[in-house]
Design a protein around this ligand. Structure first.
Ligand SMILES: Nc1ncnc2c1ncn2[C@@H]1O[C@H](COP(=O)(O)OP(=O)(O)OP(=O)(O)O)[C@@H](O)[C@H]1O
Ligand SMILES: [Mg+2]
Length: 413
């Protein structure tokens, strides 16, 4: 891909759309996705939070094999609550796509909006312009082109289309039976490939692999793993070198293990480490620790807020217990309950429920009876408040391998 004319002030990106030269690895995954699409497959792309699903898809979009031969559409349905929100988000994405610029469907829509907005009195008659309303803004007044027409339009474009529904598991939260509706359109499409991506692994697996589900076997499954330590190390060293700086291998591997290979937190840490490193200087593990401390202090208000919203002492104690244990199991054993002043097994169960993915989403169950804090930085913050941050640093590598081992055991067929 073409080089940027001006190098960025900081080469560590924390947005979804990353220029290719600052994007780490994912070569195999990129090839695999392109191969499947070229073969006519749809894909269901799964990975835990903040590993890099959305960025990978944007990276694939920029690849020549895709960019030159497909129209691409990225639809993030994370914030959608029902079929109408979904519809609006899909329509907005389609109508603002460059490839639909002069499409008839767009003109039809503009006249629909114009009349609706004239009625509502918020169409700018002076300039004659309408801006497309965004979701959450005026969803109920947004005129809708029937879904059938949106899919029909895609079916008749000159180039084939690649459509991504990001955070696809969200449709399972709708009151409507959206999966069945969508399937009826999608299965008839010959001109469009779909990528369904999301982080609720279990839910997506159920949606695509259970024979009683509408999307059963309609997409090739793909699990996105964390970046390898080798490729992330080489990547960081290259970017430091480009800026006339350097970083030790063990500084990168410390960040890698500390954050369990989670791309977002590693990138945030490297961004901060890079910013603090003077030109010509070499960053080491201590500099990474300083960067982590800076990230922790920036989150102070947010994390305090989260805690203050846990009015229930049992929840708070359970949260602290998991944060301090790191990988916590046997929470209802008498030793653990005594150590963390947890009253009784049923109140711990209650607290786990409330802290879990369906409610506050602060903790995650990684195996039967085994929990971790979802946001590793939050765990470190609690550790810092409890005076055991240093221990967390020392244990980071061992903990990384333990968690990987548990995950592998769970994923065995
Ligand atoms: N290959 C990569 N190289 C460099 N940075 C990356 C890479 N992949 C992802 N990132 C960075 O990691 C962060 C998380 O990536 P992304 O948002 O794509 O993850 P995600 O899996 O879609 O997360 P979520 O579940 O929250 O939607 C982003 O800040 C992005 O900039
Ligand atoms: Mg994402």
């Amino acid at each position: 891909m073409g080089k940027l004319s001006m190098p960025p002030e900081n080469p560590f990106y924390t947005v979804i759309d990353i220029p290719d030269e600052y994007f780490c690895d994912r070569n195999e995954e990129t090839e695999k996705i392109i191969g499947l699409i070229a073969n006519g497959s749809n894909i269901v792309l799964k990975a835990p939070r903040r590993i890099g699903k959305s960025s990978l898809i944007m990276h694939v979009f920029k690849n020549k094999a895709i960019a030159e031969h497909y129209n691409t559409l990225f639809i993030d349905i994370y914030g959608t609550k029902n079929a109408s929100d979904f519809h609006a988000e899909f329509q907005n994405a389609l109508l603002s796509a460059p490839f639909a610029k002069s499409a008839k469907i767009k003109r039809t829509f503009e006249s629909m909006v114009k009349s609706a907005y004239l009625d509502l009195g918020n169409y700018d008659t002076a300039s004659g312009t309408v801006s497309f309303p965004k979701i959450g803004f005026t969803p109920s007044t947004l005129p809708k082109i029937p879904l059938q027409d949106l899919f029909d339009y895609l079916e008749h474009t000159k180039k084939p289309n690649l459509v991504v529904f990001d955070e696809f598991q969200q449709i399972q939260e709708y009151p409507e039976r959206m999966a069945a509706t969508l399937r009826s359109y999608i299965q008839k499409m010959s001109n469009t490939r779909f990528i369904f991506s999301g982080s609720a692994r279990h839910m997506l697996t159920t949606m695509f692999q259970m024979s009683n589900q509408p999307f059963y076997k309609s997409a090739a499954p793909m699990d996105l793993d964390i970046l390898s330590l080798d490729s992330y190390t080489a990547f960081c060293k290259d970017l430091f070198r480009l800026g006339g700086k350097s970083i030790d291998d063990n500084a990168v591997s410390f960040a890698y293990h500390l954050f369990s290979g989670e791309t977002y937190l590693m990138q945030e840490t490297m961004k901060e480490t890079y910013a603090r490193c003077a030109p010509g200087a070499a960053a080491g593990k201590d500099d990474v620790i300083e960067a982590v401390n800076e990230l922790l202090s920036r989150k102070e208000t947010d994390y305090r807020d989260i805690l203050s919203r846990l009015d229930n002492k049992k929840e708070r104690n359970t949260l602290y217990c998991i944060a301090i244990e790191g990988i916590a199991s046997g929470l209802t054993s008498s030793a653990i309950m005594k150590k963390y002043q947890l009253d009784n097994a049923s109140s711990v169960q209650n607290a786990l429920e409330n802290l879990g993915p369906d409610k506050l989403a602060l903790i995650e169950r990684i195996a039967k009876g085994t929990y971790v804090i979802q946001d590793r930085l939050f765990e470190l913050w609690i550790a810092a408040k409890s005076g055991i941050l240093q221990t967390k640093f020392l244990e980071a590598e061992a903990r990384f391998y333990r968690q990987r081992e548990i995950a592998e055991r769970i994923n065995l067929p």
